[in-house]
Design a protein around this ligand. Sequence first.
Ligand code: NDP
Length: 246
Amino acid sequence: MTYTSSKVAIVTGASGGIGAAVARRLSADGFAVVVNYAGNAAPAAAIVAQIEAAGGRGVAIQANVSDPAAVRRMFDVAEGDFGGIDVLVNNAGIMTLASIADSDDVLFDRQVAVNLKGTFNTLREASKRLRDGGRIVNLSSSVVGLLQPTYGVYAATKAAVEAMTSILAKELRGRDITVNAVAPGPTATNLFLDGKPQEVIDRLSKLPPLERLGQPDDIADAVAFLAGPDGGWINGQTLRANGGIV
Ligand code: NDP
């Protein structure tokens, strides 16, 4: 679907996985898209090239979301390039699994820095700078419902994201801005696949009644719904997109 407006979306962590699928989908829906990345410039540039080849507008902007100054600069560049910002998709995230007993300080601090502080940094900026009528979509995870062993720190960061989602929705009263979260289940990206033996991947793939792994485009569909006109009455909610796993 192509919307007639020239709305602008920032997608964090859009150099690969779910974020790249979201960036391509929002571009196809008519948004100019900021493809944010942390370290992998070449894949981010490739996503922008795909967007432009399809007739869209995109720009790759490096910013570590855990750095508030870098996030401010990203918003500055986006406003300079495109004239304003309408949609923020907080997709950047990392996951390291360990029991709480085996979680060291580095594991805890890194996941809190990217998943929680990173989301906070962009939400704070967006709450001051998004144009009225805008949309915010945060990526949570269905592990907040599943609560499996070894997901303690990661799930805690995502539970915090869900709490901020509902609170910011209320704080933005009067601006016509919705704030929601999408909580994927197991999805075929590096974050999920890396380091897992094939039998674990096979077992987790069979968990949902739909009996397959989610694909990045499955999640992009849910994000696009919340970022587009059809999702306009959904606000402060977490939508689990996981094939029925929980
Ligand atoms: P990937 O590991 O495939 O991609 C992560 C993306 O985030 C990359 O583009 C990476 O950029 C970027 N990124 C990482 N750290 C930072 C940072 N500090 N600042 C800016 N960008 C950063 O992950 P997924 O696509 O799987 O995950 C996307 C989101 O979905 C995450 O929030 C994740 O928690 C969530 N999720 C994923 C699930 C899954 O099964 N895959 C399930 C539930 C939730 P670069 O390459 O430049 O480092």
